[in-house]
Design a protein around this ligand. Structure first.
Ligand code: GDP
Ligand code: ZN
Length: 389
């Protein structure tokens, strides 16, 4: 078993689809048929490997047990814990870290998405100590995704996969607390199947007005059902509570640049880890220069992992959808049942019970404003998608 939480199902060959778009620096994955996976992997190997397989086949005729042994050696499960240039750093079953690459034969189960993301479980072929190839990326259980910038068509960029919890980090000041970004992340977290907690940082800096505001937002989000912690990475308050919230889980901290994500990570660890020093020395070289995500196990908390994501600065939600967006605002739902029109978008329809609830102060105007803003964004995206078809 892997030393990380979460169980992964092994993909059946019929579920493995072509990855139409790829991670940075990765080569194109082109599965040629729906033949059994072992056959696909074999056919994708180089000529040298083919002849090696011929040898194995010949041996197979003589001794069946030898073949089984070799197949076990050929494929092994591992989890991607970091990227390093064109390479991925994998945590193998025995807890050791290895470096691997994708190639033309790499099979992905997550179409129109990042080919290999940190957090993914993969199957690798161990050719020799120098060359480990990622043969197959298994389906993602959960994920935090964003829309890749600059692409005409919507392309899902997976920040990190197979995690349990999204900890949305905001700060009381520097930068000022804004619920818009929190709501944007809540939508992304719910879309990706994550549980959600909110950490409001820098309470040591809060003026009385800023503290009032922090308490207002704490009550608002707690009432909706999300755990909210007031913390200070600077003086350590709330950090023990945060440790309890993430214990035994794999979490990702996300939020605006400067809110204190890496400082909080350092406070949780009690040492420097955020943005630096999270990788074994031998893998550090490339990870520093590129904005890459790293999965780190918290000291003295076995099974507790944090995804260090220095790359999440700007965040656009992946594939916002005007029909589904309202379901991410879970406190609207009891009112939505009373809207005059079925499938009411709560934007313009007459007799809208959600807008009435906003007027009656039963739904927060901040949350409704976030909904309106994201709805407009979803509409723009949808028309772009139609134009691109
Ligand atoms: P990130 O971009 O979200 O990772 O933010 P950093 O962790 O790099 O922090 C940004 C700045 O805020 C740094 O100068 C930190 O020292 C400072 N900072 C972070 N947390 C706190 C805090 O709890 N209180 C105070 N006063 N400053 C903090
Ligand atoms: Zn409505």
């Amino acid at each position: 078993m892997l030393s990380v939480p979460g169980s992964f199902s092994i993909a059946k060959s019929s579920h493995i689809k072509k990855a139409s778009q790829l991670a940075e620096n990765a080569e194109i994955a082109e599965p040629d048929s729906d033949s059994p996976i072992s056959e696909q992997i074999r056919s994708a190997h180089s000529d040298r490997d083919r002849s090696r397989h011929k040898l194995i086949k010949n041996r197979e005729r003589q001794d069946v047990s030898l073949n089984t042994e070799d197949e076990n050696h050929l494929l092994e499960n591992a989890r991607v814990i970091a990227t390093e240039g064109a390479y991925f750093v994998l945590r193998a079953n025995d807890g050791s870290d290895i470096r691997a690459k994708t190639y033309k034969g790499t099979r992905a189960s997550n179409p129109n998405s990042t080919l290999v993301a940190v957090g993914d479980e993969v199957r690798v072929s161990l050719k020799d100590s120098e060359h480990t190839m990622i043969e197959e990326v298994l389906p993602r259980r959960t994920k935090l995704s964003r829309r890749a910038a600059g692409t005409g068509l919507a392309f899902e960029q997976v920040v990190v996969s197979n995690i349990d919890m999204l900890v949305i980090v905001a700060s009381v000041s520097e930068p000022k607390l804004r619920s818009g970004i929190i709501d944007r992340y809540i939508v992304a977290g719910l879309d990706g199947g994550l549980s959600i907690a909110i950490a409001i940082n820098k309470i040591d800096l809060a003026s009385p007005e800023e503290m009032d505001e922090a308490l207002y937002f704490r009550d608002l989000y707690e009432e909706i059902g999300y755990r909210v912690l007031l913390v200070s990475a600077e003086n350590g308050s709330g950090i023990d509570e945060l440790r309890k919230v993430i214990e035994g889980k794999t979490s990702v901290f996300a939020g605006h640049s400067g809110v204190g994500k890496s400082s909080i990570m350092n406070a949780v660890f009690g040492r420097e880890v955020g943005k630096t020093g999270t990788l074994q020395k031998k893998f550090r070289r490339g990870a520093h220069t590129t904005a890459s995500t790293t999965l780190v196990e918290v000291d003295n908390m076995p099974g507790t992992f944090i995804a260090d994501t220095p790359g999440v600065r700007e965040f656009s939600n992946f594939e916002l959808d005007t029909h589904n967006l309202k379901f991410a605002f879970i406190e609207f739902l009891p009112f939505a049942e009373k809207c005059a029109i079925r499938n009411c978008s709560h934007i313009h329809e007459p007799g809208c019970a959600v807008r009435q609830a906003v007027e009656d102060d039963k739904i927060s105007i901040d949350r409704f404003s976030s909904y309106q803003k994201l709805f407009e964004e979803a509409k723009t995206e949808e028309s772009k998608r139609i134009n691109n078809q």
